[in-house]
Write a protein that binds this ligand. Structure first.
Ligand SMILES: *[C@@H]1O[C@H](CO)[C@@H](O)[C@H](O)[C@H]1NC(C)=O
Ligand SMILES: *[C@@H]1O[C@H](CO)[C@@H](O)[C@H](O)[C@H]1NC(C)=O
Ligand SMILES: *[C@@H]1O[C@H](CO)[C@@H](O)[C@H](O)[C@H]1NC(C)=O
Length: 648
C-alpha cells in the first residue's frame, strides 16, 4: 500500500541523466594488460575512468527547487562519448541484469560502475565510490572518518563484516570531557582514530581484483581539478556557515574567497587530492605509519587534539562473520555491535513477526505496531556497547530472541500508545549524526553494503590544512558520566569511553537473502533515524510488496522514545518532490494517543533489489544452494538527497 503524496513533476526531467565516458590513461592500460581477469570484461563493456554527468532539464515547474546546471567532473571540461549508462532508468532507480551501484551522489555511483565495467569486484567499486564520496560530500564521510562494510561473496557464499569505526585514542578517558562537554562534539578533541582507509584496504586485500592505485584516480581528479558543488552539499555548507568560518581549513576549501560556495560552484581540495595520491601509491601505511599520518597528527595536536602516531599504528580493522538474523522469511546479514543497527532491526522485525500474521505490518495498524516496536527497541539497545570492552551477550541474545520479542509484542496494544516510561528506558539515547551509505552488486552477485561517516556535518569542524582531511567527531557517540541529556536519563555505562574502544552506532548496512540467494542490499544515513528508515524500506518492499522505488520514497515515521513524539515526514525534498504521511495515517495515530510532529528531514536510504525468476523455477534451479542465481537488479538512490544510482 502506498501512502505517498507527490506533487512534483520536476523529477522526471531530472532523470535525463547523461553519462560521458572518458578513457583510460596509458598507465592504466598497462595495468589492464597485467590483469587478464578483467581484460575480457573490459572489452565487453565500454571502459570509463572519469565520469561526467550532465543533468539536463527540459523545463521548470512553477515552484520549488530549480537546479538546472551541469555537474561535471572537471571544472571547465566536459568529455563527450556516445556511451550512456546501459541500465534502464526510471525515477531514482536503474535496472540491469549485470551490475549496479546506488550511492547518494550520481558521480560516485558512476565511478563505482566504471570500476565494475573494468571487471572489478564489488569491493573494488566500493573503494572508488567511497573515496569519491569523501571528496564530493566531505561533510558526511571521508578518510578522516570510519564506518562499517558488509561483504557477501558469491564465490564463498560467506558474508563478512568489516568494522572500521573510529576508536578512542590511547590518551582518552571516561572523564575527559567533564570540564567541557562541548569538546566531545567540537574541535580536534572530539576526534576518534580514523578507520576508513584501513577498512577499505582490508576489504580490498581480501576481495580486490584491480590495482589499489587505479581505484583512487577518479577521487584524486575530483579533489585536485575541482568538482561541482551539488545542491545537498551547498545546503550543508550554508547551514554550517558558523562552523566553516570558525576554521581556517574549512574556510579555505568551502569559502575560498571569503564567500561560501553555492550550488554549481567548483570546489577544490587540492591538499586532499595530494593525500589521496600518496595513499594510492604507498597504501594505508602512509596514513597509519607514515608521512600522511605525521602531518595529520601534527595538525590535530596543534588544534588541541590528543591523537598520536601510536594511535594510528595501533589501529585495527575488526573482521568477523556478519551477524545473521532469520526473520519474516528472510535472512538479514549485518554488523554486530558496536553497531546497534542489525540488532535493532532484528528486534523490531521479530516483534512484528510474533503477531504470526502476514498482515501484522500492514496498513495504519501495522504502522502503529511498528512505532510501538521501535519504542521498545530504543529502550533495549542502549545496553549495547563495544563487545571487546563490555559483556553485552545477554542484550544481544535478547534482541535476537523470538521469545523476547513475543514478550514485548504482548505489551503492545492496538488501541493505544503509552508514555515513554512504559517502555522502561534505562539510559540516555544515543543521538548520532551524518553519514553516507551505498549499495553495490556486481556481475558475479558479490554484494557490498557500506555506511561511513565523520559523525556531525563536517565532523568536529576542523579540516587539517596540511592533508585536506576533515576530522571526525566520533567521540561524540560515546556516553559520558557528566553529560546532562535532553531525555534526562543517565548515560549508558556500556558506552563509556575507554582507550581503544569504539562507540555505539546506529549505522545499519545490511544484505538480505531469500532461500540463500541475494535478495537485496539496504542501508541509510542519518544517525539515530537510520534504524527506523532501513526497517521501513525493508518492510515496504519485502513484506508489504511495494516496488523498490516506492519502498524508498514512501513517507516515513521516526521515534526516539524520548520525547514521546512520532515524527512524520513532511518534507519537500531536493528534487522538488513533497513527501508527507497521509492524513488517514496521521488521524489513525492521533486516535491512539500518539503526539505527532512534522519533520523535514530524517534518514536517506539506498536500496538494491534482485528479482529472481518465478518462485517455482527458482526452487528447481536452487536445489543446489551453491548455485548463484542472477536476476534483475534494481538500484534506488533516495530522492531525499541528490544522488542517482548507476548500472553497468
Ligand atoms: C570555534 O572554534 C573554537 C576552537 O578553535 C571553539 O572553542 C568554538 O566553540 C568554535 N565555535 C563554533 C561556533 O564552532
Ligand atoms: C484498549 O483495549 C483494552 C482491551 O484490549 C482496554 O482494556 C483498554 O481500555 C483500551 N484502551 C483504550 C485507550 O481504548
Ligand atoms: C508541511 O510542509 C509544508 C512545506 O513543505 C508546509 O507548508 C506545511 O505547513 C507543513 N504541514 C504541517 C502540518 O506542518
Amino acid at each position: 500500500m502506498i501512502f505517498t503524496r507527490r506533487v512534483s513533476k520536476v523529477k522526471e526531467m531530472m532523470n535525463k541523466l547523461t553519462t560521458k565516458t572518458p578513457f583510460l590513461s596509458e598507465e592504466e592500460k598497462e595495468n589492464q594488460n597485467n590483469h587478464n581477469k578483467w581484460k575480457k570484461k573490459a572489452s565487453l563493456c565500454f571502459i570509463i575512468l572519469i565520469t561526467v554527468l550532465i543533468l539536463t532539464l527540459g523545463g521548470t515547474s512553477s515552484s520549488g527547487w530549480m537546479f538546472r546546471t551541469r555537474i561535471h567532473l572537471h571544472a571547465g571540461v566536459i568529455l563527450e562519448s556516445p556511451e550512456l549508462t546501459r541500465g534502464v532508468q526510471a525515477g531514482n532507480a536503474v535496472e540491469s541484469l549485470e551490475a549496479v551501484v546506488a550511492a547518494d551522489d550520481a558521480r560516485c555511483s558512476e565511478i563505482g560502475v566504471s570500476v565494475l565495467r573494468m571487471g572489478g569486484h564489488a569491493v573494488d567499486a566500493s573503494v572508488a565510490t567511497a573515496l569519491c564520496l569523501g571528496v564530493v560530500n566531505p561533510m558526511a564521510s571521508g578518510v578522516g572518518g570510519g564506518g562499517f562494510m558488509v561483504v557477501r561473496s558469491a564465490d564463498t557464499l560467506q558474508t563478512q563484516a568489516f568494522d572500521f569505526r573510529e576508536t578512542a585514542p590511547l590518551a582518552a578517558s571516561e572523564n575527559m570531557y567533564e570540564n567541557n562537554i562541548d569538546d566531545k562534539y567540537k574541535g580536534a578533541l572530539s576526534m576518534g582514530v580514523p578507520g576508513e582507509i584501513a577498512g577499505l584496504h582490508k576489504a580490498w586485500s581480501t576481495y580486490g581484483r584491480l590495482p589499489w592505485k587505479t581505484l583512487f584516480d577518479p577521487a584524486i581528479r575530483l579533489a585536485k581539478e575541482g568538482f561541482m558543488v551539488a545542491p545537498y552539499l551547498a545546503g550543508k555548507i550554508s547551514s554550517n556557515e558558523a562552523k566553516i568560518r570558525n576554521d581556517s581549513g574549512l574556510q579555505h576549501v568551502f569559502a575560498p574567497n571569503g564567500e561560501l560556495l553555492k550550488t554549481g560552484d567548483i570546489c577544490y581540495n587540492r591538499k586532499l587530492g595530494l593525500t589521496l595520491e600518496v595513499l594510492a601509491n604507498e597504501g594505508p601505511k602512509a596514513f597509519y605509519d607514515g608521512v600522511i599520518g605525521e602531518k595529520l597528527v601534527k595538525d590535530v595536536q596543534d588544534a588541541g587534539g590528543i591523537l598520536t602516531m601510536e594511535d594510528l599504528k595501533n589501529y585495527d580493522v575488526d573482521v568477523t562473520d556478519a551477524l545473521a538474523v532469520d526473520t519474516m522469511g528472510y535472512t538479514i546479514l549485518g554488523m554486530p555491535a558496536p553497531s546497534s543497527g542489525t540488532l535493532g532491526l532484528a528486534l523490531v522485525s521479530n516483534i512484528l513477526e510474533s503477531y504470526e500474521s502476514s498482515n501484522a505490518a500492514k496498513g495504519s495498524l501495522g504502522l502503529h505496531r511498528f512505532i510501538e516496536a521501535l519504542k521498545h527497541m530504543y529502550a533495549v539497545r542502549m545496553d549495547l556497547g563495544d563487545p571487546d570492552f563490555v559483556d553485552i551477550s545477554k542484550t544481544v541474545a535478547d534482541m535476537l530472541s523470538p521469545a523476547f520479542a513475543k514478550n514485548i509484542q504482548e505489551k503492545i496494544l492496538d488501541n493505544t500508545t503509552f508514555p515513554s516510561i512504559y517502555y522502561m528506558p534505562r539510559w540516555s539515547q544515543l543521538q548520532d549524526h551524518g553519514t553516507s551509505h551505498f549499495c553495490i552488486v556486481d556481475d558475479d552477485r558479490n554484494a557490498v553494503s557500506m555506511t561511513s561517516t565523520v559523525n556531525y556535518a563536517f565532523g568536529g569542524g576542523v579540516l587539517s590544512r596540511s592533508t585536506g582531511i576533515v576530522l571526525n567527531n566520533e567521540m561524540g557517540d560515546f556516553s559520558v558520566p557528566t553529560e546532562i541529556s535532553a531525555d534526562s536519563l543517565p548515560p549508558s555505562p556500556s558506552n563509556f569511553i575507554r582507550p581503544n574502544k569504539r562507540p555505539l552506532s546506529s549505522m545499519t548496512p545490511i544484505i538480505i537473502l531469500k532461500d540463500e540467494q541475494l535478495a537485496g542490499v539496504i542501508g541509510g544515513s542519518g544517525g539515530v533515524y537510520i534504524i527506523p528508515a532501513v526497517a521501513q524500506v525493508f518492510f515496504n518492499h519485502f513484506i508489504l510488496g511495494m516496488d523498490p522505488s516506492t519502498a524508498v520514497q514512501s513517507p516515513r515515521v521516526y521515534h526516539k522514545l524520548i520525547p514521546n513524539v512520532v515524527y512524520y515526514e513532511n518534507w519537500t525534498v531536493i528534487d522538488g518532490d513533497h513527501i508527507e504521511l497521509s492524513d488517514d495515517r496521521k488521524q489513525f495515530l492521533v486516535e491512539r494517543g500518539h503526539k505527532l510532529e512534522p519533520k523535514a528531514g530524517g534518514a536517506i536510504c539506498q536500496f538494491i533489489v534482485q528479482t529472481l525468476k518465478k518462485p517455482n523455477e527458482n526452487r528447481k534451479m536452487s536445489h543446489d544452494h551453491r548455485q548463484v542465481l542472477k536476476g534483475m537488479l534494481t538500484a534506488v538512490s533516495d530522492p531525499r538527497k541528490d544522488g542517482q544510482p548507476a548500472a553497468c
